[in-house]
Design a protein around this ligand. Sequence first.
Ligand code: HPA
Length: 234
Amino acid sequence: MSTHIGAKSGDIAETILLPGDPLRAKYIADTYLEDVVCYNEVRGMLGFTGTYQGHRISVQGSGMGIPSFAIYANELISEYGVKNLIRVGTCGGMQEHVRVRDVVLAQAACTDSSMNKHVFGGYDFSPIATFSLLKEAYDRATAKGMNIHVGNVFSSDSFYRDDRSVTEKLMKHGVLGVEMETTALYTIAAKFGVNALTILTVSDHLLTGEETSAEERQKTFNDMMVVALETATT
Ligand code: HPA
């Protein structure tokens, strides 16, 4: 096992889906995968391996925020040989044309986290999605007629913000939505030379204050999951 994952070598597939919530990982495994085995219960951060239409795939809870996400991404890649990582989550909408229930593909991620400032000695690194995964997800989602947006997201260290001045500036620079992990995913994937993509549903909106009900979130989550699973197993 690695420091935070109780799996044996070979227990985890090369391709993995990463929801923040471990119970979402269980829901995905129970709903979409066959021949499921639970490989991790350490800290309640559930991880499962199964098959989707004959393809071996894993799904692992990542927790919320960059520090938690980075622990799982690092260990999955360096200790278990994971090669394709797809985060499936939610974001707060930051543009008027990005509506609640729409889907956002994160082409790149900016952040207020200091993680990369330390790593790159004060220089800015641009964390970007793997183009082949981005294109596949875009093609799959548009073929299904989904409302999809591709662009920059904001990976914030804070869910609760007192000061809106920075988010307003990011909105003016076209950032589509706010979430809390993608900068870490794309940076760590780049470091190890593996593939990464974040797919998000818009659960709430910073401009309109609109929110989705639990039922609506489940429906859009299911639409997003089919795109994520098809992209992951192409
Ligand atoms: N902030 C950060 N993460 C989020 C939000 C938000 O407003 N909505 C959904 N995930």
